[in-house]
Design a binder for this molecule. Structure first.
Ligand code: ATP
Ligand code: MG
Length: 394
């Protein structure tokens, strides 16, 4: 019965003159997700609101699911738009709407009309009262509650048409991707980093990703898992370019030249350094990781201090820093990455981990150990970057 959606946005970011940029980005993302679906939707903006109108039949659930993945949308309101044929007709249409949308009508309601067409007879108060009355007559099981209604029936009287809506489906919130710069996500095959990427993208940030691959210690299947995760995140964030860096030689070199209990930290530092170079090369303004305080040895406060210090020219954002594992798992379920994340393919870092890694590394000590790498490491880092594989994930 619905053929249109009113799409509400809340926070549109830096307001004022830039507002239209946010709205236009949002409209462009809405078009991108709706285009492959049935309905031939026309998406328009009007006075701080966005409408998507179908000109053909469409699958309601499919369209709502697609819109629920567009950051920047606060609420999705399916609406019925009728021609303005006078108040008597409007009364009939409102009765029909409530009958069609609600099979069980044992709830409280309130009519909220808006006269955008100021020439329409009556005031919003009289229209509310009159429509409320016809509804009570048609459906005696309804009750009015003007303070906390369970159903708010919105009736917007416009110049040529009237919009009727009452269902409010929550959108994902956030800001339209592409309105807040670009980030380089360190994406592993685990549970955390896809969630971290999702959270940053939700703030309107475009994502690129880097994965450190260590063949033959990590399999093609482990790499495919990361590609799958990037594709899943891209359903929200839009296109992700995944940079796959062959990390084997660097890992071996560290293994051969540094104390084994410091391996994980030193490896992490080189991951950060390489990711930073890739970020600079690709116009990203920050790095993003899935780290959270105390989760593992490499994420103690001291370890985080050491990894952080490896990055020179940009901030490292860790959106999960204060999250409990279970909270991260809950989000990964919600966004659909969990099942892929728990596939049992080995991670490049688990292969070389020491039995007893340092949990309280000192930056001085770590930097001293890294002196053992001086001879070849710069060249190896450059080679790793030069031989990257870029995979389009969307
Ligand atoms: P995740 O679930 O994201 O893998 P984790 O709890 O397993 O995280 P670690 O393995 O210690 O934690 O990794 C911490 C962070 O470092 C990850 O969230 C990710 O951002 C980054 N990282 C780890 N391994 C890799 C890798 N092979 N490629 C790219 N980034 C990685
Ligand atoms: Mg991991």
């Amino acid at each position: 019965m619905f053929h249109s959606f009113l799409i509400k946005y809340a926070e549109i970011g830096i307001k004022g003159k830039n507002r239209y940029l946010f709205e236009d980005k949002l409209i462009s993302h809405i078009n991108t997700v709706l285009r492959p679906l049935d309905g031939k939707f026309l998406v328009t903006k009007e006075a701080g609101r966005i409408y998507a109108d179908a000109s053909e039949e469409f699958d309601f659930d499919e369209v709502v699911d697609a819109l629920k993945r567009v950051f920047g949308i606060a609420a999705i309101c399916p609406l019925v738009r009728i021609e303005d044929k006078g108040f008597d007709d409007l009364k009939e249409q409102v009765v029909k709407y409530v009958g069609d949308v609600y099979a069980d009508r044992h709830f409280t309601f309130k009519v909220n009309s808006r006269r955008i067409n100021k020439a329409y007879p009556g005031t919003s108060e009289t229209i509310n009262a009159d429509l409320g009355e016809v509804l009570l007559q048609a459906y005696p099981e309804l009750k009015v509650d003007v303070h906390h209604p369970e159903m708010l029936l919105n009736v917007e009287i416009r110049k040529t048409c009237v919009n009727i809506y009452s269902l409010v489906i929550p959108g994902p919130g956030g800001m339209p991707v592409g309105t807040n710069g670009k980030a380089m996500l360190l994406l592993s095959g685990g549970i955390d980093s896809p969630v971290a990427g999702y959270m940053i993208a939700k703030r309107g940030v475009v994502l690129e990703a880097t994965y450190f691959h260590a063949p033959p210690y990590t399999s093609e299947r482990a790499k495919q898992k990361v590609v799958d995760l990037a594709k899943q995140v891209s359903k929200y964030s839009g296109n992700i370019r995944l940079h796959v860096i062959n990390f084997t030689d660097i890992q071996m070199y560290i293994y051969q030249n540094c104390p084994h209990d410091e391996l994980t930290i030193i490896m992490r530092r080189y991951m950060m350094k390489i990711a930073e170079k890739l970020a600079q090369k690709n116009g990203c303004h920050c790095l993003v990781t899935g780290e959270s305080i105390g989760q593992v040895a490499s994420q103690t406060m001291q370890s985080l201090q050491c990894t952080d210090a490896a990055v020179e020219h940009m901030p490292v954002f860790r959106p999960l820093i204060a999250f409990d594992k279970q909270d991260i798992v809950d989000i990964s379920y919600k966004i659909g990455t969990y099942e892929t994340s728990i596939e049992p393919y080995e991670d490049c870092c688990t292969i070389f981990v020491a039995k007893h890694p340092v949990t309280k590394p000192f930056l001085d000590t770590i930097e001293k150990s890294e002196k053992n790498l001086e001879e070849k490491i710069d060249e190896m880092v450059q080679t790793a970057i030069d031989t990257e594989e870029v995979i389009a994930c969307w």
